[in-house]
Design a protein around this ligand. Structure first.
Ligand SMILES: Cc1ncc(COP(=O)(O)O)c(C=O)c1O
Length: 357
């Protein structure tokens, strides 16, 4: 392991993004060494003073904004769910995390079975994958960075203290790109929409980043592979800030193998789109749900008629059907249902009808 690289603290040059409003103001590094909040202003504590000084608690090492951050509500892993619900994992209808239930093309299992050097660290530059993506997207590999899921790239971008925006139509996007801000366009679900990718726009717009993922499109959520297109003036700083071995050997091999079978990816996408239409129509028939049209592989529904979103989620879980509910301000009283296979929709509808009685 390259320890020297891991523990270096790097400071990007102020020129890094001088034309952008979201300029990085703090050092970006793999490890940030912070003084204890309680000791920061003390210069030379006397022996007596240090004796009476309280030992710091762990949270004094944590940045203030992180201390007040609401925790992410993670979904439960299959094995834990299975034990809790008393059902075999294969008997659980999992529509709570927008995964692709068809999984990856068969080439992925073959490639994983044939891994020759799993004991060797992965290529820090994910060269094979970036070359395959360059062919797939029609964008040169120098503009592309791969990550341990799109989530890692979002995290990297946030560490540079830029702002994030999500936009849909071309006209709005062009207007926003005219502003002196960095725009991060999340295309995690682009394959399920009728929109064209804007990855190649990064060549013309120095303030645009476009993120994509293999989680939805290729059914590889568990392998963790995402990628992004970046302007050359930004990508060089992400190369410096990222973990050296962020994309595992298994993840890179799997993503490359998935790209070898575009017909499979297209077929699975079409099956999910068909199912999305059927699910939408069926949900419209449920008197306590108001589904919203979707451009992704999930359908958001408002829970109406005095029913409780959390209770619906819990009752369905008892029947082995997992969906997601929201209890935060903006989406309180809403549920989100991932599009699954036809039999998943059938199980969901059976459960929802049982709740109507
Ligand atoms: C909008 C959006 N972006 C990014 C992600 C994360 O993608 P990945 O699995 O590649 O981290 C998700 C995951 O559900 C998502 O909904």
């Amino acid at each position: 392991m390259d320890c020297s690289a891991r523990f270096r603290i790097r400071t990007p040059s102020p020129a890094a993004s001088s034309h952008l409003a979201g300029e990085s103001r703090r050092p970006v590094g793999r490890v940030s060494v912070r003084p204890m909040a309680s000791a920061a202003s003390v210069e030379e504590p006397t022996a007596a003073a240090s004796e009476t000084k309280r030992r710091p608690t762990g949270d004094s090492f944590i940045r203030r904004h992180l201390r007040s951050l609401a925790p992410y509500q993670p979904i439960l892993p299959f094995e834990v769910l299975s034990a809790r619900l008393g059902r075999k994992p294969e008997d659980i209808v999992k529509l709570d995390a927008n995964e692709n239930p068809y999984g990856p093309p068969p080439e992925v299992a073959t490639a994983l079975g044939n891994l020759k050097f799993p004991y060797v660290y992965p290529d820090p530059e994910s060269r094979h994958l970036r070359a395959a993506l360059a062919e797939d997207c029609g964008l040169e590999s120098e503009y592309i960075l791969a990550g341990c899921g799109a989530d890692e790239l979002i995290d990297l971008i946030m560490r540079l203290e830029f702002s994030i925006s999500i936009i849909i139509n071309d006209e709005d996007l062009l207007k926003i790109l005219d502003l002196p801000i960095l725009v991060v366009l999340d295309e995690a679900y682009i394959e399920f929409s009728s929109l064209q990718t804007r990855m190649s726009w990064v060549k013309k717009h120095d303030n645009l980043i476009v993120l994509r993922t293999f989680s939805k499109r290729a059914g590889l959520a568990g392998l963790r592979v995402g990628y992004g297109a970046f302007p050359l003036s930004i990508i060089e700083y992400l190369w410096r800030a990222k973990q050296p071995y962020n994309v595992s050997v298994a993840a890179e091999v799997s993503a490359c193998a998935a790209l070898q079978n575009p017909a499979y990816l297209e077929n699975v996408k079409n099956l999910l789109l068909q199912e999305r239409d059927r699910l939408f129509d069926l949900l419209k028939g449920i008197p306590f749900l108001k589904p919203f049209p979707s451009h992704s592989n999930f359908i958001l529904c408002e829970v109406t008629s005095g029913k409780d979103a959390k209770k619906i989620k819990e009752d369905l879980a008892k029947m082995g059907v997992m969906i997601r509910h929201y209890d935060k301000k903006e989406l309180k009283g809403y549920i989100r249902i991932s599009v699954g296979k036809p039999e998943h929709t059938d199980a969901l509808m059976k459960g929802l009808k049982a709740l109507q009685l």
